[in-house]
Design a protein around this ligand. Structure first.
Ligand code: IPM
Ligand code: MN
Length: 357
């Protein structure tokens, strides 16, 4: 008997170019559901800068409660030029990550054939790895404060907190993911054991303990600064990189550039036991808003990652292949305004290829 699951997906287009790229992602989702036969139901939420400016509401508790009942969340972009930086990021993005305990930020770094990379003499055979970023701890927890603010004696404290439990579940996810990927079978811990001698001591000890359970997987360590260097010089050394929240944030922007930029890079905020949220890595790009010139491929990749994590592997593969075709055959560049097609035309091409046309 056919008893397909009905996925409940929350859609939060957000600010700036978020809505225009999300609608292309939803077209790809629809095409994939028709082609691969899964069912879903969308629930739209208008959280973001516009709503905040109108109502002063950021992320109502009622919305948060509903999000916890979803199978996945599909997010466009958060950030509004008229809202002070930090308010929406903390009040929406980080709040969802923390409240839904999305303790992994999974960021695949894959250069597709036909996409330009700024790395000289590097091609798709060199750039294919994944960054597993811890997503609920470290410097992001918002612990700290000011003393004597605004005076010449001012003190600002910003604490990074690393827990054994948080570190261990992140590292374990990285090893499991590496095993599932089945490529080089190598996990690299990216840290700073030479300076952050408490935090990365915990990370390193935990890393080696967990590694003992994965005899089939090679381990490696690189300081975060050296990691940046190798990501440019020898990206082919990497398979899975595991790191803390702040380092993961920084190195994945560099990584995104090596795979063709924010027009293609996507990530997932994952709670392996709960509700995960998927987003293009780029921001709201106010200056391009409404012009139909930004690449929707990052948002479409986020949709692909969502299907993969939901377990719809064939559909995810179908979308990936469609993206690969578009970048190989059609779009000239992923840079905004230089694709040779509009945002929605690129979405239409993906749809066409998902259908195998
Ligand atoms: C990201 C973003 C966020 C982060 C910001 C918007 C808070 O840069 O998803 O990488 O720092 O995590
Ligand atoms: Mn970032």
């Amino acid at each position: 008997m056919e008893n397909k699951k009905m996925y409940k997906i929350a859609v939060m287009p957000g600010d700036g170019t978020g809505p225009e790229v999300v609608s292309e992602g939803l077209k790809a989702l629809k095409a994939a559901s028709e082609k691969f036969g899964f069912k879903y139901q969308l629930e739209h939420y208008d959280v973001g800068g516009e709503r905040y400016l109108k109502t002063r509401e950021i992320l109502p508790d009622s919305v948060l409660k509903e999000l916890k009942e979803m199978d996945a969340i599909y997010l466009g972009a958060i950030g509004h030029p008229e809202v002070k930086p930090g308010i929406l990021e903390q009040g929406i993005l980080l709040k969802i990550r923390f409240q839904l305990d999305q303790y992994i930020n999974l960021r695949p770094v894959k250069l597709y054939p036909g996409v330009e990379t700024p790395l000289k003499d590097k091609g798709p055979e060199h750039i294919d790895y994944v960054v597993v970023r811890e997503n609920t701890e470290g410097a992001y927890i918002g612990a700290g404060g000011f003393l004597k603010k605004g005076t010449s004696d001012e003190i600002a404290i910003q604490e990074a907190i690393h827990t054994r439990k948080g570190v261990e579940r992140c590292i374990r996810y990285a090893f499991e993911f590496c095993r599932g990927r089945n490529r080089k079978k190598k996990v690299t811990l990216c840290g700073k054991t030479n300076v952050l001698t408490y935090a990365f001591d915990l990370w390193e000890r935990t890393f080696h303990e967990v590694a003992r359970e994965y005899g089939d997987i090679e381990t490696d360590y690189a300081h975060v600064d050296a990691t940046c260097m190798w990501m440019v010089k020898n990206p082919e050394w990497f398979d899975v990189i595991v790191t803390d929240n702040l380092f993961g944030d920084i190195i994945t922007d560099l990584a995104a550039m090596t795979q063709g930029g924010l027009g293609i890079a996507a990530g997932g905020n994952i709670n392996p036991e709960g509700v995960s949220m998927f987003e293009p890595m780029g921001g709201s790009a106010p200056k391009y808003t409404g012009k139909g010139v930004v690449s929707p491929l990052a948002a479409i990749s986020a949709c692909q990652l969502m299907l993969e994590i939901l377990g719809e592997k064939k559909a995810a593969k179908g979308i990936e292949q469609a993206i690969m075709r578009v970048v190989q055959r059609d779009v000239k560049s992923l840079t905004a305004g230089k694709m040779g097609y509009s945002t929605s035309q690129v979405g239409d091409l993906v749809v066409k290829y998902v259908h195998g046309k």
